[in-house]
Ligand binder design. Structure first.
Ligand SMILES: NC(=O)c1ccc[n+]([C@@H]2O[C@H](COP(=O)([O-])OP(=O)(O)OC[C@H]3O[C@@H](n4cnc5c(N)ncnc54)[C@H](O)[C@@H]3O)[C@@H](O)[C@H]2O)c1
Length: 446
């Protein structure tokens, strides 16, 4: 019988709490720790601290293997592997701040002083090339008075997850990136993943700096694909009879081009993607280099909300009621951070439009951000009935219901479908349908 190590997770937010619950579900005894007492109290009660599909049931089913500590000594004493999943917010210059990671490793280090056995520290929080060696290692060795590679191991193990799909993504990664201080540390982490994953991913073991660069490179490469598709979408909109969907699907037939994240629609948003290009740019600058592709990707992304406004501007009159469907940065999450919808709302308010918003999950988060500046629809139907213009901003399957709606209206409503989610033929005839990424239809010559 394999004896599983006891593991701890420090920072129990959108990434840390699913990681804790998944490890418990895989049979690991787990200890979580968070500086936020409310987060700890929720998990102690068996309640998920964040909204993430499947997390609540996973936590409830595995409560017996989830303990929440109220100090770092317990974390270090009761477990042999600690994953750090605390925030690394962006600085004014675009770099990721590792301040909270350093606070965590300082506290871990102080508790390690009294520990006689080996401990593995795994940084999952996103950091930039050089941070592991220059900052995190130094802090941990100083605080613990111990030697990395001998008394403890230190790995960088960034996560590749999408909110709304975190549990699946954690348990079924395409690959696992392990930046290791030494063989033993990397092997222990690789052994953990052999048990943890549902699939059999490639375990890519390398030194810290290569893992650090690979993480930021993967994220920025994906955003480059998105901005590239959006560039094609912009062109398609002014080319008669063009349709970006047809074009990107054609490209995706080429073995060299993967279809994932390759659709011309709205731009990217959320807590990770928008800041990654800025961080890569900041790193390049420090290195005396230029990250032109990252800069262009970011620039294209920043103009996507204007593109939407330009498309509906001809229909905007004084006091036009505009309904935005989807406020989160993507479906299946309530996170509205850097959401394109927020940018669209701000642009519309500048133009004195009357804005109402609807989202199946993120209405509360939107209220906190936008307050009294907009109206909030209680249901999809209620919002749509009152609107003159409807902007479908996220490809949430809930909005497919629009195809069953009937309207009794004297004036035609305009619907801009940013994701080409709906079938125009199945919409009520009183709606004028527009799609992002498609040019106007011009008949063939007779
Ligand atoms: N959310 C994502 O989609 C995602 C994806 C990949 C990587 N990441 C990275 O993971 C890290 C965490 O992101 P998140 O979205 O889970 O953040 P989050 O804000 O949702 O959660 C972080 C948690 O850490 C706690 N915390 C802060 N300082 C602490 C400390 N010193 N000790 C213990 N707990 C502490 C906070 O109270 C909070 O509960 C970041 O570096 C982020 O870039 C996030």
């Amino acid at each position: 019988m394999v004896i599983l190590p006891k593991i701890s997770v420090v920072g129990l937010g959108k990434l840390g709490s699913p990681l804790l619950a998944c490890a418990a579900a895989k049979g690991f005894s787990t200890v979580g720790y968070d500086v936020n007492d409310q987060v700890s109290a929720n998990i102690r009660k068996g309640e998920s601290p964040v909204l993430e599909p499947g997390l609540q049931s996973l936590m409830s089913a595995n409560r017996s293997r989830i303990k929440v500590a109220d100090n770092y000594q317990t974390v270090v004493r009761e477990t042999s592997v600690t994953f750090i999943t605390v925030p690394t917010p962006s600085n004014a210059n675009g770099r990721f701040s590792v301040e909270m990671v350093l606070q965590a490793v300082r506290a871990l280090g102080k508790s390690l002083v009294k520990k006689n056995s080996y401990h593995l520290v795994v940084v999952v929080s996103t950091v930039l090339p050089g941070d592991m060696r220059q900052n995190i290692l130094v802090e941990l060795e100083q605080a613990s008075s111990k030697k990395c590679g001998k008394d403890f191991g230190l790995c960088y193990n960034p996560a590749f997850i999408a909110l709304g799909n975190v549990i699946h993504d954690l348990l079924n990664p395409d690959f696992v990136l392990i930046g290791e201080s030494d063989q033993r540390a990397g092997k222990e982490l690789a052994d953990f993943y052999e048990v943890f994953c549902d699939n059999k991913p490639n375990l890519l073991r390398m030194n810290w700096v290569n893992a650090e660069l690979a993480k930021i490179a993967i994220n920025t490469y994906v955003t480059t694909k998105i901005s590239f598709a959006n560039m094609l979408a912009e062109m398609s909109e002014v080319l008669p009879n063009a349709d970006v969907e047809v074009v990107t699907k054609a490209l995706a037939n080429d073995r060299r081009i993967n279809p994932a994240y390759f659709r011309g629609a709205l731009g990217y948003g959320g807590p990770c993607f928008p800041r990654d290009n800025l961080a890569l740019g900041a790193l390049a600058k420090e290195l005396g280099l230029q990250a032109n592709i990252a800069e262009a990707t970011d620039q294209i992304n920043r103009r996507q909300a204007f593109r939407v406004i330009k498309r509906i501007e001809p229909y905007l009159k004084k006091q036009t009621k505009v309904l935005i469907l989807g406020m989160s940065y993507k479906p299946k999450t309530n996170v509205i951070e850097s959401s394109q919808s927020i940018d669209i709302v701000n642009e519309l308010l500048e133009l004195n439009a009357l804005v109402e918003v609807y989202d199946p999950l993120a209405l509360e988060a939107a209220k906190q951000k936008l307050g009294h500046r907009v109206l909030y629809a209680n249901s999809l139907e209620q919002g749509v009935r009152k609107a003159d213009i409807i902007i479908l901003a996220t490809p949430d399957q809930t909005f497919l219901q629009l195809m069953g709606f009937k309207f009794k209206s004297e004036t035609k409503k305009v619907l801009l479908d940013c994701w080409r989610l709906l079938d125009e033929k199945r919409l009520d005839k009183s709606i004028q349908y527009l799609a992002l990424g498609r040019g106007r239809t011009v008949r063939k010559p007779a």
